[in-house]
Design a protein around this ligand. Structure first.
Ligand SMILES: Cc1cc2nc3c(=O)[nH]c(=O)nc-3n(C[C@H](O)[C@H](O)[C@H](O)COP(=O)(O)OP(=O)(O)OC[C@H]3O[C@@H](n4cnc5c(N)ncnc54)[C@H](O)[C@@H]3O)c2cc1C
Length: 681
């Protein structure tokens, strides 16, 4: 009996241990999986985000440094938009560029459409290589372009119609045309009999477009059907020559579309029909008329397929409607995050400075002459008036000294090296575009330009405080210094092309600023409010952070007054008081600044010192600071799987609990094994 009992109990324990062992193994794996996941999430959180203003639904290629090689030595030409997702004008331009991509969708055997976001850190070098100084830039890469080829041409940024026309003009005159490309040039003095004899032997269909000299319909149609270049030839004629007379055509018939038959007769195609909607433009009507003809004669063109074309044309119409809907819903929304608007955050300003000094200014190839002077003035006002932390101010001072020591100027890359230098007592942390107040509800909103405004305002207020300390008489004040430095910074370095142009117009009278203590503060406040007014309700406005007249009533009630006619306006005295207070050092919240860069630097420095001590036989002087940023990012990348030291500490509790769990499971597993062994014995 006791033997039987022992066996039953033995079996029970075996089963329990078996189950617990299996479960514990599964559980162990689960725990390790969790740890790995936390690490990955953390590493993802500190890696720069990939942002694009376009998505896979757009009829264009989203290019980056990873796939840009498809552009080099491509058999087709490429039209590429280099943009920055923070740039308001680029955000506005996306609709136009989408339209261009849709319009030129059928041209893909001749030219393909792509877009690169230069704001994405991974594309920084790509944009530098292509000398992109302003956004958006539209650049045409001819076929077979090689890396850093000088054959590329820029196309003026304009509305879809103008860009398409410029593109056609360039394609027409391009030296590096492919042999198989159809001719876009108008034919003249041609006999009807020559249409087929001029074309290749495979030609199944010849089409003729009569149009006026300035018309683009013929060329658009040639490109629309360029996929079938070996079977279909489209000629365009703009010349009132013999042929016109022979066919009894006059100017009133232009533009019109004809099929030319081998028996030397022609048939005019009906270009007034379009399914669903007629309001699609002459070019689409022509396109549809020719497609209808081809479909009616299915044996004419082999492998003919136009299934997607109607959908694309209608999509373009939908694009325009969508634009209106987006702006309409935006206006209904309001601020949802009031706590963040009451303070100025140093994180925003340092992050903005980091991007400005290490990326935005460096994109200029040669910083000399006027650009150099603008940079010196800009750094000077930063050193004098920026309300920064001590190490940041020391960093700025050293940067200014170094810039001043090279009066002949330098390249953007050389400036990047200077701006990347960090020492323990002089550094500007590297941020991966981290924002607090300036964080937008989506990637393309707010961020850098918001931080730029904050820096500007803090400088005008900083100057007031600076002058107050010196108690300079009012008429001796140089209140133009900061606005002029800002103006020239925007002129030479701010990438958003249209923003810069607008700002130049807004600041034409900068020299007229009166020598009054508060004049520069008011001047900038006014300009910013005018910009807010202009951009309110635009597609670049963050729907959750509408552009209001600043300061809005919830922020400063006293700043607003009611006039006799019940119209609210700003009370200037109260507004000045508010601005001085709002952008004062005391209202700048530095609490959320991360210090992991600082720690990493210390580690790096000690590692570098170690290396140097070994290399220089104990001499620790002249430790190179160059590329410390690259080293730093390498370090951050290396440690990012489980987060950096600070992050580890931050999540210490989680790690501790998880480790305890793992330990308990391990003990239980060991205990079961021992018990099992004892019973089997
Ligand atoms: C010089 C310059 C010119 C620009 N021009 C254009 C342009 O032409 N087209 C375009 O699409 N985008 C332009 N932008 C970008 C645009 O102005 C915004 O910066 C961007 O859309 C982000 O807006 P935001 O909601 O973060 O608020 P922002 O307008 O960037 O403001 C940032 C913060 O400044 C404070 N603030 C707002 N108004 C005032 C004020 N009057 N005085 C003091 N403080 C204020 C608020 O706290 C606000 O949150 C420009 C940016 C700059 C720096």
């Amino acid at each position: 009996m006791s033997y039987l009992n022992r066996r039953v109990s033995n079996n029970r324990i075996k089963l329990k241990c078996f189950l617990s062992t299996n479960y514990s193994q599964i559980f162990l794996r689960f725990i390790f999986g969790c740890i790995l996941l936390i690490g990955i999430i953390q590493s993802a959180a500190i890696q720069p985000q990939k942002i694009s203003l376009y998505n896979e639904n757009d009829k264009l290629y989203i290019l980056s440094n990873k796939n840009f090689s498809i552009v080099y030595e491509s058999p087709t030409a490429w039209l590429i938009e280099f943009y920055a997702s923070w740039c308001g004008h680029c955000i506005h331009y996306t609709q136009t560029y989408r339209e261009i991509a849709i319009d030129t969708y059928g041209w893909s055997s001749i030219v393909r459409i792509g877009a690169v976001n230069c704001y994405s850190p991974e594309n920084e070098q790509l944009c530098t290589d292509h000398k992109i100084n302003a956004y958006p830039t539209l650049r045409l890469f001819p076929p077979d372009t090689t890396f850093k080829s000088d054959k590329t041409v820029d196309i003026p940024v304009s509305d879809a119609k103008d860009v398409e026309r410029s593109l056609i003009n360039k394609l027409e005159t391009l030296e590096d045309r492919q042999k198989y490309w159809p001719s876009l040039t108008s034919v003249s003095r041609i006999e009807l009999s020559e249409f087929y004899t001029r074309a290749s032997a495979n030609t199944k269909l010849v089409v003729l477009v009569f149009e006026q000299k300035d018309d683009y319909i013929g060329r658009q149609l040639i490109l629309d059907f360029s996929r079938y270049y070996d079977q279909l030839v489209i000629y365009r004629t703009t010349n009132m020559g013999k042929l016109w007379k022979k066919l009894h055509l006059s100017m009133q018939d232009a533009p019109s579309l004809y099929v030319v038959y081998r028996n030397l007769t022609i048939e005019r195609l009906d270009d007034t029909v379009f399914p669903l909607d007629k309001d699609v433009g002459k070019r689409n009507l022509f396109n549809y008329a020719l497609r209808t003809y081809i479909r009616k004669h299915p044996t004419l063109i082999q492998n003919y397929n136009d299934d997607d074309l109607e959908e694309i044309i209608l999509r373009k119409k939908a694009l325009k409607n969508k634009n209106e809907v987006v702006t309409a819903t935006k206006q209904q929304k309001s601020i949802n995050n009031e706590s963040d608007i009451k303070k100025v955050y140093m994180l925003d300003m340092e992050s903005g400075l980091d991007f400005m000094l290490r990326r935005e200014i460096c994109k200029i190839n040669e910083i000399n002459n006027d650009a150099y002077n603008a940079l010196v003035k800009w750094l000077t006002v930063l050193v004098k008036y920026f309300p920064g932390r001590e190490p940041v101010m020391t960093y700025l001072t050293r940067l200014l000294d170094e810039v001043k020591s090279q009066p002949n100027g330098f390249t953007g890359n050389e400036f990047r090296r200077m701006a990347n230098r960090k020492t323990e007592d002089a550094y500007l942390p590297t941020y991966f575009q981290q924002w607090r107040h300036c964080a937008g509800s989506a990637n393309q909103y707010r961020g850098y330009p918001c931080a730029v405004w904050l820096i500007f305002h803090s400088l005008t207020v900083g100057q007031v405080r600076f002058e107050e300390k010196k108690s300079v008489p009012s008429d001796k004040l140089d209140m133009i210094e900061v606005p002029l430095a800002i103006k020239n910074f925007i002129k030479y370095f701010f990438g958003c092309r249209e923003c810069s142009d607008h700002f130049m117009k807004e600041t034409v009278n900068v020299e007229d600023i009166q020598p009054n203590k508060y004049e520069a503060v008011l001047y900038l406040w006014n300009i910013h409010n005018r910009v807010n007014e202009r951009l309110h309700g635009e597609i670049s406005e963050d729907p959750l952070h509408p552009k209001l007249q600043f300061p809005p009533i919830p922020l400063c009630k006293q700043c607003h007054k009611l006039d006799k006619d019940d119209v609210t306006s700003f009370n200037k005295d109260r507004t000045i008081e508010f601005l001085l207070e709002f952008y004062s050092k005391d209202n700048i919240d530095s609490s959320n600044l991360t210090d992991f860069q600082q720690q990493s630097i210390r580690k790096l420095r000690s590692r570098q010192k170690w290396k140097q001590i070994n290399e220089n036989d104990g001499n620790i002087n002249n430790i190179p600071d160059e590329n410390s940023d690259n080293e730093l990012s390498k370090y951050i990348k290396k440690s990012s799987l489980f987060g950096t030291t600070t992050m580890l500490l931050k999540h210490f509790k989680i790690y501790f609990i998880v480790t305890c769990f793992v330990f308990v499971i391990f003990l239980r597993y060991r205990f079961c094994k021992v018990k099992k062994k004892r019973y089997t014995l």
